[in-house]
Design a protein around this ligand. Structure first.
Ligand SMILES: Cc1ncc(COP(=O)(O)O)c(C=O)c1O
Length: 404
């Protein structure tokens, strides 16, 4: 049962009149208040941050640093200095792999990845393997389609695992991993944990102190905020120990002809002009989302997923990837239909105004596991309603007729 005013929420997203948007796992739509915040920033506050000596620069700096504090509170980090603005989850993970990883993971060490990972949480670690000669150990799925915790323990017990890099929620099957248990196990074995929260962040509250994760990556655009801004959270002592990622303006304390020293946290990791307007927009998105209770958001989205699951399951020849119980699915459902390529299916359904996504969803190892190259993905956001879901099955049935 919806505990908030869904009609009002939908009115706040002008773009929803363009079609039935079921692609929020790729990027969430933005409420008007976020769109207006960007316009307002450029019209009344825009200047570069930190270095200016005039009122506009002071305003822009205050807005940008205010955004950092909003993110800090949203994920309950101890300090805003543990919040690094990046361009998104992808850059955040690359930052960790290419700084902490490069310095701390050697040829006798291993990184643990799970089959649920997005390419953004795979390829930086493969690069590290190639450069530092470390091993990559994979955790497969268990019978419930979640990650196999026994296998995780088997990897950890070897004593050479430096980091477990794990998603909080699969962007293909919608499975949520048991983060707290994974982090506890990893720490007991002396390994750190990086959480890819790109999907989880818009669907479930995150408390980094409670989780005790060492790093966490997220993207603003999946959280009803602008594209081009993301966050790397890292525990202070780790961030302090890491070398800079990119170097240049903004991130230095001093530059001489043959050496330079770095600024403190978090500036050390923010070389160049940061995504100022985008961070300000992200702050407004966080404020907007924070007016709702997480329990209401989750109950609403879960009821949509369960309805979608039931409707899709009735379609002959359609196979849902992942759990057979929709209670174990959050945010998105991926599926394939016998005899129709997911691209053709998603294209035809899209022509009928139902917007989903086709492809491997940047999760090729997982699709390989299922023995298919691609799938169609339906994903929901706070603004979706039952009418949106009700349009999917008839559109798929019509597409099937075209191919029969
Ligand atoms: C689980 C997961 N990780 C990482 C990413 C990459 O996010 P971005 O493209 O915003 O860097 C995505 C994007 O779809 C994702 O779903």
């Amino acid at each position: 049962m919806v505990m908030f005013d869904l009609k009002q929420i939908r009115r706040e997203f002008p773009i929803l009149k363009e079609g039935t948007y079921l692609d929020s796992a790729a990027t969430a739509q933005k409420p008007k208040i976020v769109i207006d915040a960007l316009k307002n920033f450029y019209e009344t506050e825009n200047a570069n941050v930190h270095r200016g000596m005039h009122t506009l620069s002071e305003k822009a700096t205050a807005a940008f640093e205010g955004a950092r504090t909003s993110v800090q509170k949203f994920i309950n980090a101890k300090s805003s200095e543990e919040i690094v603005f990046t361009s998104g989850t992808t850059e955040s993970i690359n930052l960790v792999a290419k700084t902490w990883g490069k310095e701390n993971v050697g040829e006798d060490d291993a990184i643990v990845l799970t089959l649920l990972e997005h390419h953004s949480n795979i390829t930086p670690w493969i690069q590290l393997k190639d450069e530092n000669d470390c091993a990559i150990e994979w955790v497969e799925l268990d019978k419930d389609e979640n990650i196999n915790l026994t296998q995780l323990s088997e990897h950890l017990i070897k004593g050479n695992v430096k980091l477990v890099a794990v998603t909080g929620q699969s962007n293909v099957t919608g499975v949520r991993t048991p983060l707290k248990g994974i982090i506890k196990k990893a720490h007991e074995a002396g390994a750190l944990v990086l959480v890819d929260a790109a999907q989880l962040i818009a669907h479930h509250p995150i408390d980094v102190q409670d989780l005790d994760c060492d790093f966490l990556a997220l993207s603003g655009h999946k959280l009803y905020g602008p594209t081009g801004v993301g966050v790397l959270y890292g525990k202070r002592e780790l961030l302090e120990s890491m070398p800079p990622f990119l170097t240049g303006g903004g991130m230095i304390a001093e530059v001489k002809r043959d050496h330079f020293t770095c600024a403190g946290l978090p500036t050390k990791f923010e070389a160049g002009t940061p995504p100022i307007a985008q961070a300000v927009g992200l702050r407004i998105a966080i404020d907007w989302l924070s007016q709702f209770n997480w329990s209401d958001i989750e109950a609403h989205e879960q009821s949509l997923i369960e309805k979608a699951f039931q409707e899709l399951n009735k379609i002959e020849g359609l196979t849902i990837l992942g759990p057979s119980d929709p209670k174990n699915i959050s945010g998105c459902i991926s599926f394939s239909v016998d005899g129709i390529h997911p691209h053709d299916l998603t294209d035809i359904v899209g022509q009928k105004g139902v917007f989903m996504r086709a492809g491997h969803h940047c999760a090729q190892p997982l699709h390989e596991h299922y023995g298919i190259p691609a799938s169609t993905r339906l994903s929901v956001g706070i603004y979706n309603n039952e009418d949106d879901i009700a349009k999917v099955a008839p559109a798929i049935e019509e597409a099937k007729k075209i191919f029969s």
